[in-house]
Every structure is written in structure tokens, then in C-alpha cells.
Design a protein around this ligand. Structure first.
Ligand SMILES: NC(=O)c1ccc[n+]([C@@H]2O[C@H](COP(=O)([O-])OP(=O)(O)OC[C@H]3O[C@@H](n4cnc5c(N)ncnc54)[C@H](O)[C@@H]3O)[C@@H](O)[C@H]2O)c1
Length: 266
């Protein structure tokens, strides 16, 4: 299921800017993009994670550059986009960096609200704002945002997270409309529960968390990072050449519908 398909080289000579690429879903996107011939600029706020991902890609024969970047820093984000353009160009932007502070509106403070909004939403506004002129000059490109099913349905105790991801969903559709004429496609993946270092931290704090997350889902398990990365890469690829403004829900059926236990017993 999760074996890499090394024979596919559909991103040959393509350059991508990837945020939050040090861990989990972003790491998986950067590594598989490189395995398929692309050259990612691996960025993350944690420099040691950036080095690990770049080393992994190079040790497998791929090409990558790395840069420490906290996406909440507007000037650094702009500089990183310019650096990516100078390294080879920007064909694809994967906006992956994200954070969650699980609190309700009453218990969340202003600073926490700003942290979630700036990391999950404002960073996407900024990276797209600065990347789009470069993509237009190259004749087009693709942007893939990582939203969440929490942006499609509200998630309890996650007011800021749900609001930020819901806004990512609509910003994705807005940009799809505004930049289609520039041959820039803009789409999002909306993952459900995915086994990444972030979720594993939650599961360590709450030992029943993993089985509870699995139980909610018709497929009775969380996704592996590659199972989110590959749909994201599909949206970035030529296979999705007529897809823009799409929100690809990748959640093992979690948001497909609701179950009536009585009917199961009939
Ligand atoms: N894991 C899930 O169940 C799940 C579900 C839905 C959506 N998502 C989304 O997927 C994306 C990736 O999540 P993940 O589970 O792989 O998390 P993760 O914590 O494993 O990886 C996120 C990476 O982003 C980096 N990061 C965080 N804040 C940053 C900042 N301000 N600037 C730069 N880098 C920053 C972290 O250092 C980390 O390397 C997020 O946008 C998240 O909201 C995850």
C-alpha cells in the first residue's frame, strides 16, 4: 500500500516550495516529490528536521535544498520564496505548515488565536502572494494547500483550528477563480486523522486517542502520511490538469455520512 513508485518521474525538472516539510505530511510530500524527479525547497521552523529531510532525499539519489523558515515571519517567508525562485524557479507550492491548540473560544487566549491563524491561514496568503508572480512568469503552476476535515466540519474544542482551516478551504477556491487565467491551479487536500508526530503526541497524552480516532472512521484506522502526500502530489501533477478549486477530502470515509445503528441490526 505504501510502497513508493520509483518508476514514476512525473515531476522531473519541477521545483517546489514546501512549508512544514520537516515532519509528518510535509516531510512525506517533499520526499516523494523528490523520488518522482522534482526538486523541493524543504522549509520548516525546525532546522534539524530540515537537515534530516534533505539528507534523506540526497541519500536516495534525489535533489533538494533546505532552509529554516517560521511561516509566521512575513519577511522570512518572502525571502524564502525569492530564494526558491533563484534556486530554479517555483512550479509548485505546497502549503503544509500548520498547528492546533485544542481549546474552545472561552478558554483560548488572544495570543493562541493569533498563533493558529498566522500559522495555518495568513502564511498561505503570504506564500501565495509572493509565489504567484514567479509562477505567472513561468507560464503557470500549481498550489496545493493542506486544509483539514476540521475545515469542512467543525471539530470540538478546536475553534481557531476549524475557523482557520475553513478559511483555507474558501481561500483555495477564491485563488482558483482569480488565477485560472494565469494557468495557476489551486487545490487543497483535507486530511482526516493521520499518524504523524503531531497526532502521536496527542495519543501519548491520551492513550485511548488512537483507537478512538480509528473508531470514528469507517475504515477503522488513521491514514499514514504517504496516504495524504500522494493525493497532494496528484493535485500538483499533470494528471490533475483540469482540476482547480477542488477540496480533496482524504479521511477514510469519516465525513461521508452518519451511521444509524438500528439499520446495521436489520
Ligand atoms: N495529522 C493529522 O491528523 C492532520 C489532519 C488534518 C490536517 N492536518 C494538517 O496537516 C499539516 C501537517 O500536519 P502534521 O500532522 O504532518 O504535523 P507535524 O507536526 O508532524 O508536522 C508539521 C510541521 O510543521 C512545522 N511547523 C509548525 N509550525 C510552523 C511554523 N510556524 N513555521 C514553519 N513550520 C512550522 C513543524 O515544525 C512540523 O515539522 C498541518 O497543516 C495540519 O493541520 C493534519
Amino acid at each position: 500500500m505504501n510502497q513508493a513508485n520509483h518508476s514514476r518521474r512525473d515531476f522531473e525538472k519541477k521545483f517546489a516550495f514546501v512549508t512544514g516539510a520537516g515532519s509528518g505530511i510535509g516531510r512525506s510530500i517533499a520526499i516523494e516529490f523528490a523520488e518522482r524527479g522534482g526538486v523541493p525547497l524543504v522549509t520548516d521552523r525546525d532546522a534539524s528536521l530540515v537537515d534530516e529531510v534533505v539528507d534523506t532525499i540526497r541519500s536516495r539519489g534525489g535533489q533538494a535544498s533546505g532552509m529554516r523558515l517560521d511561516v509566521r515571519d512575513a519577511q522570512c517567508l518572502r525571502d524564502a520564496i525569492e530564494a526558491c525562485a533563484e534556486l530554479g524557479g517555483i512550479d509548485i507550492v505546497f502549503n503544509v505548515a500548520g498547528t492546533n491548540i485544542p481549546r474552545n473560544v472561552e478558554t483560548m487566549d488572544e495570543e493562541e488565536w493569533q498563533t493558529v491563524m498566522e500559522t495555518n491561514l495568513t502564511s498561505i496568503f503570504r506564500s501565495c502572494k509572493h509565489a504567484i508572480p514567479h509562477m505567472r512568469r513561468r507560464g503557470g503552476g500549481a498550489i496545493v494547500n493542506v486544509a483539514s476535515i476540521a475545515g469542512v466540519m467543525a471539530e470540538n474544542r478546536c475553534g481557531a483550528y476549524s475557523a482557520s482551516k475553513g478559511a483555507v478551504v474558501l481561500l483555495t477556491k477564491n485563488m482558483a477563480m482569480d488565477f485560472a487565467r494565469d494557468n495557476i491551479r489551486v487545490n487543497a487536500v483535507a486530511p482526516g486523522s493521520t499518524r504523524t508526530p503531531r497526532t502521536e503526541q496527542y495519543w501519548q497524552r491520551s492513550p485511548t486517542g488512537k483507537s478512538e480516532a480509528a473508531e470514528l472512521c469507517p475504515m477503522k484506522r488513521s491514514a499514514e502520511p504517504t496516504e495524504i502526500a500522494r493525493p497532494a502530489l496528484f493535485l500538483a501533477s499533470e494528471d490533475a490538469s483540469y482540476i482547480t478549486g477542488a477540496i480533496l477530502v482524504v479521511d477514510g470515509g469519516l465525513t461521508a455520512g452518519f451511521r444509524i445503528p438500528t439499520f446495521d441490526r436489520m
